[in-house]
Write a protein that binds this ligand. Structure first.
Ligand SMILES: Cc1cc2nc3c(=O)[nH]c(=O)nc-3n(C[C@H](O)[C@H](O)[C@H](O)COP(=O)(O)OP(=O)(O)OC[C@H]3O[C@@H](n4cnc5c(N)ncnc54)[C@H](O)[C@@H]3O)c2cc1C
Length: 427
């Protein structure tokens, strides 16, 4: 039995990290208030924000806190497929392997998930305020709560947290990002996968099933869809979204890119339609790690959570996964703190433990994917077509990317990992 008295906790930002942690803390008797700048209808009726694919280890955290409302309706993705096209322009694959995930992953459109989680948070007794929080509001909250967490995603306000340059080796946006949400995708003839295609010098494309909104807010209806994610090298042929005037142009450009570089993916999507005119997005941002403590003019402190402190390029699909890990890590630290103050030392220790124990390895691997791979990595990807145990290890690393630190970053450990996998038997 815990002797912890209920703590008053304010969370700024109702997204993957803030809503999940808020609900988890409410269940433990804490008094949680979420201050967020978009209401349920604005999410549901608005533009897509992410591809939000989440792997089982983090889905389990949602399950543990009974926040898996769409699990039965959302299509499962059961594996990872990896392709490098032939560089000769023949429209064929130089490398292709796929492997099963030990447990499936899912991507529930945040337009559906966030309104549902906001309702659930209120149902559990949480207070929810729709307000755009600035410095004045943070001052007030920090003066009246035991702890204030800033989980504002990529909102302007999080820029008040300073970038930790030492932990942020990537100094500018490395990809032009685009999302296209589609219905009518043809299935392929192997297990349902995140289909990851790496086109050297051009960019990356991955695609997988999801569950999205169907009709305006209030309809309560959902429908399955597929999400195309394109990561174009800046200035290259996958970085032309500024030329699109509207959603129809965006869809056509998505088709054109597939036809030119990935004809097998074009065949699957050429007759698809957009889920809705808001099922598109284009943008870019710099991946970085921020320092976790924001010092307000009064000297009071606010602590960052989720994307506010760990901004990962979507190339490896880990941002929502990191935000979920962060929510669970902060939850454990808050519970372990008992009745002691959430002071600056606690904030720094809590974040450093998350960074050193998890996020550093995820962001190191993700950042490495933004640069041309060393030859031994390309060779390993080729070897995985012949060595199922290697393909399986590579695929399941997405669930807990800490494993890549064992063999991704130097050639010697890489060779060892390939040999170990080969010893388990090749095709
Ligand atoms: C193109 C793209 C594809 C992605 N694909 C994946 C993927 O496949 N898998 C994956 O794991 N991650 C993916 N991500 C990343 C993922 O979406 C984010 O990491 C995740 O949403 C972060 O959660 P969060 O709670 O920190 O922030 P968010 O989910 O962004 O929530 C932040 C909340 O704060 C609110 N807010 C902002 N400013 C204020 C303010 N001043 N006052 C009050 N409220 C405020 C916002 O309205 C929002 O509700 C992708 C991102 C992009 C851009």
């Amino acid at each position: 039995m815990t002797t912890q008295t209920p703590r008053t906790i304010a969370i700024i930002g109702g997204g993957q990290a803030g809503l999940l942690l808020g609900a988890g803390l409410l269940d433990q008797g804490h008094q949680v208030t979420i201050y967020t700048n978009r209401d349920q209808a604005s999410f549901w009726n608005g533009k897509v924000m992410s591809s939000q694919f989440i792997f089982d280890m983090k889905l389990q955290i949602e399950r543990d806190w009974n926040m898996n409302q769409w699990e039965k309706d959302c299509p499962n993705t059961n594996g990872i497929s990896f392709v490098i096209p032939n560089p000769d322009g023949s429209g064929t694959k130089a490398i292709h392997w796929y492997a099963a995930l030990e447990k499936p992953g899912q991507a529930v459109d945040q337009r559906l998930k966030y309104p549902g989680w906001m309702d659930e948070f209120v149902r559990r007794g949480g207070k929810l305020h729709i307000v755009d929080v600035g410095v004045a509001e943070m001052e007030e909250l920090a003066g009246t709560h035991d702890l204030v967490l800033l989980a504002g995603g990529k909102g302007e306000i999080v820029k008040m947290l300073t970038v930790n340059e030492e932990r942020s080796p990537v100094k500018q946006p490395m990809r032009s990002l685009a999302l296209t949400y589609l219905t009518g995708m043809k299935r392929h003839d192997y297990i349902e996968c995140v289909n990851f295609n790496l086109i050297p010098g051009v960019g990356e494309y991955f695609v997988f099933p999801s569950l999205t909104v169907d009709g305006p807010y209030g309809s309560g209806k959902t429908k399955p869809c597929d999400i195309m994610v394109m990561e174009g090298v800046p200035g290259g042929p996958m970085d032309r979204w500024h030329e699109c005037k509207d959603a129809a142009d965006h869809l056509q450009m998505s088709r054109d890119i597939m036809k030119q570089f990935l004809p097998w993916e074009y065949e699957r999507m050429k007759d698809c339609e957009l889920t809705d005119d808001n099922g598109i997005l284009a943008g870019r941002f710099r991946p970085c790690i921020r320092n976790p403590v924001l010092h307000l003019p009064s000297g009071r402190k606010v602590m960052g959570l989720g994307d506010a402190v760990i901004v990962n390029d979507p190339i490896t699909g880990q941002g929502s996964n990191n935000a979920t890990m962060g929510a669970k890590h902060y939850f454990d630290a808050i519970m372990a703190r008992g009745n002691q103050p959430f002071d600056e030392a606690w904030m720094n220790q809590t974040f450093d433990a998350l960074y050193n124990g998890y996020a550093e390895k995820v962001t190191r691997w993700t950042n490495s994917m933004l640069f041309p791979p060393p030859e031994y990595i390309v060779n390993m990807m080729g070897a995985a077509t012949q060595i199922p145990a290697l393909a399986s290890r590579l695929a399941n690393g997405f669930n807990d990317p800490r494993d890549y630190a064992n063999y991704w970053f130097d050639e010697e450990s890489n060779k060892r990992a390939i040999a170990e996998a080969a010893a388990k038997g090749s095709k």
